[in-house]
Design a protein around this ligand. Structure first.
Ligand SMILES: *Cc1c(COP(=O)(O)O)cnc(C)c1O
Length: 249
């Protein structure tokens, strides 16, 4: 299967590059995160190897990015990924909502958390990071579509939440994350992504302590990545287009 994965990752990368160029942006300013939920460790390793190879051909030298949704899965796969993480060749992020009672399990296995949607969660994570003498990269998740099934702070609360998160010792605010509206109305999906960009711009411009690096916009998935890149995505998170359809949850 590895060659299949290589082809699929290359095709996704082409879609991203094309969308970036069409928007007058540099393709290198948009990174690809592999959304690896439900994939076993062997498949994840094969995908990371394929992505690494492709990045080398392109001259991208940063670590490969993967995102996991469930702490239990993250912990199960962590031993297989540890060497790559230690070598700086792989960043493993938790994406999506996190329960407080899973923080301790999650922390040793991740380099970033893109699912901070409330201050109490950020404070609990920050406290443990300080205790462990580390700083964790975090993104604030915003529910731009307002769909009840999605987690994330309300857009009207997001800037205040981000400023509060940015001020916490133990956390390094790197940006914002959202999941696009679940609709075929492209204008509506795009408007949500534009909203996240406006929130980001407002927070960075505020000059509040700790917000200067909050430039990342993690938005866009297999079906809507072009719209997200057009609105400024710096990270797109892709699962299905790389790994195929997942079994229903
Ligand atoms: C599953 C998932 C993705 C990837 O979605 P696809 O549609 O499979 O590309 C991206 N972000 C989050 C938070 C996810 O849970």
């Amino acid at each position: 299967m590895p060659s299949d994965l290589t082809d699929r990752i290359a095709r996704v990368r082409e879609r991203v590059d094309h969308a970036a160029t069409a928007a007058g942006r540099r393709p290198a300013d948009v990174r690809l995160m592999l959304a690896t939920k439900t994939q076993d460790a062997e498949t994840v390793l094969a995908a990371v190897a394929a992505a690494t190879e492709l990045a080398a051909v392109r001259g991208d030298d940063g670590p490969v990015l993967i995102g996991e949704n469930r702490v239990q899965e993250l912990v199960a796969k962590a031993p297989a990924l540890a060497d790559l993480v230690a070598a700086g060749r792989l960043d493993v992020h938790m994406i999506g909502s996190l329960q407080r009672n899973k923080i301790n399990q999650m922390l040793p296995t991740v380099t970033g958390l893109a699912g901070v949607d409330r201050l109490s969660l950020a404070q609990a994570v920050a406290q443990r990071c300080v205790r462990d003498g580390r700083t964790l990269d975090v993104m604030v998740q915003v529910n731009v579509s307002g769909e009840a099934s999605k987690s994330g702070a309300a857009p009207s609360d997001a800037a205040d939440l981000a400023s509060a998160v940015a001020a916490l010792d133990g956390l390094h605010l790197t940006g914002f994350m959202t999941i696009g509206a679940n609709t075929s109305d492209e204008a509506q999906v795009r408007a949500g992504f534009a909203r996240l960009r406006e929130i980001r711009d407002e927070v960075v411009a505020s000059g509040a302590p700790g917000t200067a690096d909050a430039r990342e916009l993690s938005m866009g998935m297999s079906t809507d990545l072009e719209l997200a890149v057009a609105e400024g995505a710096t990270i797109v998170r892709v699962g299905t287009a790389v790994f195929g359809e997942r079994p229903p949850a």
